[in-house]
Design a protein around this ligand. Sequence first.
Ligand SMILES: *[C@@H]1O[C@H](CO)[C@@H](O)[C@H](O)[C@H]1NC(C)=O
Ligand SMILES: *[C@@H]1O[C@H](CO)[C@@H](O)[C@H](O)[C@H]1NC(C)=O
Ligand SMILES: *[C@@H]1O[C@H](CO)[C@@H](O)[C@H](O)[C@H]1NC(C)=O
Ligand SMILES: *[C@@H]1O[C@H](CO)[C@@H](O)[C@H](O)[C@H]1NC(C)=O
Length: 309
Amino acid sequence: MTHFLSALFFTIFQTVALLQRAHSYGNAHTCRSYCGNLTVDYPFAIQSGCGHSGYRDLLFCINDVLMLHISSGSYRVLDIDYAYESLTIDDPHMSTCSSIVFGNRGNGFVVERWREPYLNPTPDNVFMLLGCTAESPLFQGFPGKHLPCRNVSGMGCEEYYGCPGWNIIRRKKVGLVYGSGPPDCCAVSFEAIKAINLTKLGCQGYSSAYSLAPLRVAGPHGWSYGIRVKYSVEGSDSFCKACEATGGSCGFDVNDFSSLCMCGKGNSTSNCDSSVHSASHRRTRSLMDALAGFVGCIAIQKLSVTLGL
Ligand SMILES: *[C@@H]1O[C@H](CO)[C@@H](O)[C@H](O)[C@H]1NC(C)=O
Ligand SMILES: *[C@@H]1O[C@H](CO)[C@@H](O)[C@H](O)[C@H]1NC(C)=O
Ligand SMILES: *[C@@H]1O[C@H](CO)[C@@H](O)[C@H](O)[C@H]1NC(C)=O
Ligand SMILES: *[C@@H]1O[C@H](CO)[C@@H](O)[C@H](O)[C@H]1NC(C)=O
């Protein structure tokens, strides 16, 4: 009898736990997904209609590799930092410390006009433009002074020139008069030029680096190479918070891109408390809570009896 009861209670416990899990997945986590070891969550999504419309058609999961696609090209997503609202992406044709890639093969960084408010490289991310022509818009209006080139967050070309990747370039340049013509490298922040379009800027290549440490990292070997991008949804965040607080999943209408709260079987334009479905879900939840409590009570009672209390 005791064994039968134990088995029965155990089964009921498991069922309740399972039901509760199924219930929560049916709502708040409808849109959350994973790609490789990265979590894709609001405002991002890889399913259509999920997340914020500013990030639609942006991320794609290909063979467990999360890719970001914007007008300048495709990048691999290395990390999404939800606490700091930033993501780190990599372009395989970007120069690093060990290799300098010329030949205008890199993507640079240009986003669609409509997406500009949602996605911007962080102010402490340095873009180092390499091998730009003297006619480059970068140098126009600043004869001989190269005014737009500066250090960003303590990172700049003077130090970057110390990278081993430059050795090959320098060997090729032997015999050229140093000091004439434009510099081989010009460091800028994204803010300064708003679009890293290598073709438009007349540059052969680029590198991008950021430093996560609050203290200045010594030397270009210590910098992290990649593009750190800030994302922000500003005003629409309160909509999503209210939606999630009532057990919904944040999404948008795929036709007019207006925000939607997905609540179980139905969608709401505000939150799940204002739709009929949510009410029934809440009843289910309180029923399950009551059941869990009831089973818990019996289990404790049984335990007391077993222990002879
Ligand atoms: C995710 O996987 C990549 C390799 O596929 C690895 O470099 C990275 O450190 C992993 N990230 C985490 C947070 O585990
Ligand atoms: C809710 O919205 C999503 C995203 O637009 C859509 O895919 C889904 O079909 C909608 N569900 C209902 C019941 O309208
Ligand atoms: C970059 O600039 C070139 C020349 O101005 C232009 O044709 C091209 O569309 C631009 N690329 C992007 C991604 O904006
Ligand atoms: C950038 O930093 C380097 C190394 O600290 C320094 O030598 C150089 O003068 C700085 N360049 C500019 C333009 O401030």
